[in-house]
Design a protein around this ligand. Structure first.
Ligand code: PLP
Ligand code: COI
Length: 359
């Protein structure tokens, strides 16, 4: 696709950018540019632009503001030792984006356009890709931009990619996190949108996340909506359990949880090590009992933003319990080291996991 490219005349100076990147935290510092592509029922994908990052002008009746027809992705780009930049499994994000689009009655973005849009942004904002432990977090998203109040799929959409230099997702860096067990709120239900990466899922999780913070926890853990019994995932990460016999378990993809790309990568790496990894339901009662008996040795959460982080403590209105406390277990640490080495081009990657960007 042909992109019209207009450089930001007010792009930060090298010194101002260095200062902005010195301590970026997560998702608060943005690069100089963005990519936008418009979709209309008449013309399909059109008007592809790389331009200065700027606010959108939205009609107050824009469908996204009323009925939340919106989806997004999250992926990272890294500086490679050879001077290049790579993305981690971006084709998987493109595919999941389109699965989300189908669920939300939105147009699909052809995979090559999704990838090209990410690459265009990385190229123009190359200087914003951090060195060291940092990475450039890319946020492709799409929203309904038609002005009307009828409840039906819109006929006009904007696809956009923005980017942030990021460090660690959690304030405590790689230290184990604590989670609050939400017994009142569910994130998604059977037939719902749990497997789609749509803004509405996150809106629905915020009151539970606020409770978690109030209880001094980093994240919320959700149970299934039907029985309030089966562990699903955190507000923004998938979960893994490691047992005393070395086997691992993660909740299955049944339509109510996000099919994480990190989750899929962890399963593949652990199986390559000869570990048994089961995708099967795990109840909160078993989690509690296995933590008490010592059968459960490690729990970790994983996702693009957080990578892999140990879950040390669970708090709930029915009592708290811990697994490993403030220590990251050896299996968690090994998988995290291996995955980050692959993502940062410091270890051989399985075929197709590392996508070089043409600079
Ligand atoms: N689950 C939820 C709800 C998420 O928001 C994320 C983050 O993207 C994940 C899981 C992990 O997915 P991924 O590993 O593809 O980033
Ligand atoms: C990601 O990991 O990309 C997410 O979207 C999760 C969110 C908590 C930032």
């Amino acid at each position: 696709m042909q992109f019209e490219i207009a450089k930001n005349p007010a792009a930060l100076s090298d010194a101002a950018r260095a200062e902005a990147m010195a301590n970026p935290a997560f998702g608060r510092v943005f690069t100089d540019h963005m990519v936008t592509i418009r979709w209309t029922a008449e013309n399909g994908w059109d008007e592809a632009q790389v331009r200065a990052r700027a606010p959108f002008q939205l009609d107050p009746a824009a469908a996204v503001l009323h009925y939340a027809q919106e989806i997004f992705e999250g992926l990272k780009a890294y500086n490679a030792d050879d001077g290049g930049v790579t993305m981690f499994r971006p084709e998987q994000n493109a595919r999941r984006f389109n699965a989300s689009a189908r669920r939300m009655a939105m147009p699909e973005v052809p995979e090559e356009i999704f990838l090209q849009a990410c690459e265009e942004l990385i190229r123009i904002d190359r200087a914003w890709v951090p060195d060291g432990d940092g990475s450039l977090y890319l946020r492709p998203f799409m929203f309904a931009n038609e002005a009307f109040l009828g409840v039906k799929p819109a006929s006009e959409f904007i696809f956009c990619v923005i980017a942030c230099p990021v460090g660690s997702y959690f304030k405590g860096g790689a230290k184990p996190v604590s989670v609050w067990l939400s017994e009142d709120y569910a994130r998604s239900g059977p037939g719902g949108t749990g497997a789609a990466k749509c803004g509405g899922n996150y809106a629905a999780s915020l009151v539970a996340q606020a409770q978690a913070i109030e209880k001094g926890c980093d994240q919320v853990v959700f149970l299934d909506a039907a029985e309030h019994r089966w562990v699903e995932e955190l507000g923004g990460m998938n979960l893994f359990f490691v047992f005393d016999d070395g086997s691992m378990l993660t909740p299955p993809l049944g339509g109510t949880i996000l099919p994480g790309i990190t989750r899929n990568s962890v399963i593949e790496l652990a199986r390559q090590h000869g570990r048994t990894v089961e995708e099967k339901p795990y109840s909160i009662d078993d989690w509690r009992a296995d933590a008490a008996s010592g059968k459960l040795r490690e729990v970790f959460a994983c996702g693009t933003a957080a990578v892999i982080v140990a879950v040390g403590e669970i708090r709930s209105s029915h009592g708290d319990f811990a697994i490993g406390g403030s220590q990251t277990g050896p299996v968690t640490a090994q998988l995290r080291d291996e995955l980050t080495a692959i993502q940062r081009n410091k270890a051989p990657a399985p075929d197709g996991w590392v996508h070089p960007v043409t600079l």
